[in-house]
Design a protein around this ligand. Structure first.
Ligand SMILES: Nc1ncnc2c1ncn2[C@@H]1O[C@H](COP(=O)(O)OP(=O)(O)OP(=O)(O)O)[C@@H](O)[C@H]1O
Ligand SMILES: [Mg+2]
Length: 332
């Protein structure tokens, strides 16, 4: 087995036309995803975090081959990404992803047929799949409206794994569910990941969940990855001011965590309009540490620590320690 990455995104960009001018003419563009580079290793849980509108779902749709990029390349196991059984997606709303007129057994049977499982073997496989997602075998006879949100999400997971994928893209898989159900679904996913050797892209705006579940995390702001690091590095020593402000908003559970919590002002102001991006660093209008280069120079990715990089001028040059940021004098 090679240890080349399972998934590689190289300078991936996507923009959408905004229509609404006279006779539906194009009024402008939203740069939903800009120059995203990332790699995901086999067996890894890679988290994508970011506020609403930051481009998470757009990246997800490109990874599963539902949406072509406008620029850059996506490679899966060394080949260009195409829609395939090897890459499956689990959506936020499990109800909407299941056909209401099909029994659960029928929905799973359709997936198994697509995977080339012979009719005679399907009934048996359906029972296996339901067992894997910890649902009773008679769930096969039920219809989506008879199931709870958590049960429907288990079915959606069963359907995704029915085709023996290698990569699962989970787009807010638990955010439509009660908190108590969320944890159980996450535990199930972790277990399946281990037993089936799956790789995950885990999208969430819930950073507590991400901290517990992801091995590495990429933070998106306005379509751009501003920081990537191991969960430990990113949560323990966030390098980008935006990551720090995001983390400052999650509840702390221990004194040790309280000490790690960044002591910086919460960001103010609105997220800028994605159709009219700020010059220089896209975060500079809201950044408490912005200084001269930030307004007009787009920062490159700079290594903060082993396995952690961020797009921030504060890290460039010799100021390689993330802690320089907290001691740097703010311009008057
Ligand atoms: N089909 C589309 N046409 C036009 N604009 C779009 C389209 N899809 C997404 N966008 C825009 O692209 C940007 C990124 O959207 P995306 O859905 O990827 O964000 P997200 O991070 O998944 O947000 P959320 O957390 O709310 O799900 C947003 O500004 C959104 O309005
Ligand atoms: Mg989304």
């Amino acid at each position: 087995m090679s240890d080349s990455p399972l998934l590689e995104l190289d300078a991936v960009s996507k923009r959408f036309a905004i229509r609404g001018g006279i006779a539906g003419s194009v009024r402008g563009h939203v740069n939903a995803v800009r120059q995203v580079n990332l790699t995901v290793q086999r067996g890894e849980v890679f988290g994508l975090a970011g506020e609403s509108g930051s481009g998470k779902s757009t990246i997800a749709r490109m990874i599963v081959g539902l949406l072509p990029p406008d620029g850059g390349t996506l490679r899966f196991a060394g080949r260009p990404v195409v829609q395939s059984r090897a890459i499956q997606m689990v959506f936020q709303n499990p109800g909407a992803s299941l056909n209401p007129r099909r029994s659960i057994g029928q929905s799973l049977s359709v997936a198994l047929a697509a995977a080339g499982v012979a009719r005679a073997a399907r009934r048996h496989r359906i029972a296996d799949l339901l067992g894997l997602v910890q649902l009773p075998a008679d769930t096969a006879l039920r219809y989506p409206h008879e199931l709870s949100g958590g049960q429907k999400q288990r079915v959606a997971i069963a359907r995704a794994i029915a085709v023996a994928p290698r990569l699962l893209v989970l787009d807010e898989p638990t955010s439509a569910l009660d908190v108590s159900v969320q944890a159980k679904i996450m535990e199930l996913l972790v277990e399946l990941g281990r037993s089936l050797g799956l790789t995950y892209i885990f999208i969430s705006h819930d950073l507590s969940l991400m901290r517990n579940f992801a091995d590495r995390v990429g933070v998106l702001y306005l379509g751009e990855v501003v920081e990537i690091g191991t969960t430990e590095a990113l949560f323990g020593r966030p390098a980008h001011p935006y990551t720090r402000t995001l983390l400052a908003s999650i509840p702390v559970v221990s004194a040790a965590e309280a000490r790690l919590r960044p002591d910086i002002p919460l960001i103010e102001g609105e997220v800028p309009n994605a159709a009219d991006l700020p010059s220089g660093c896209v975060f500079h209008p809201r950044c408490p540490y912005a200084f001269a280069p930030c307004t007009d120079q787009h920062p490159a990715f700079t290594r903060a620590e082993a396995g952690q990089t961020a797009r921030c001028h504060l890290l460039a040059g010799d100021a390689a320690s993330v802690h320089d940021m907290t001691t740097r004098e703010q311009p008057a």
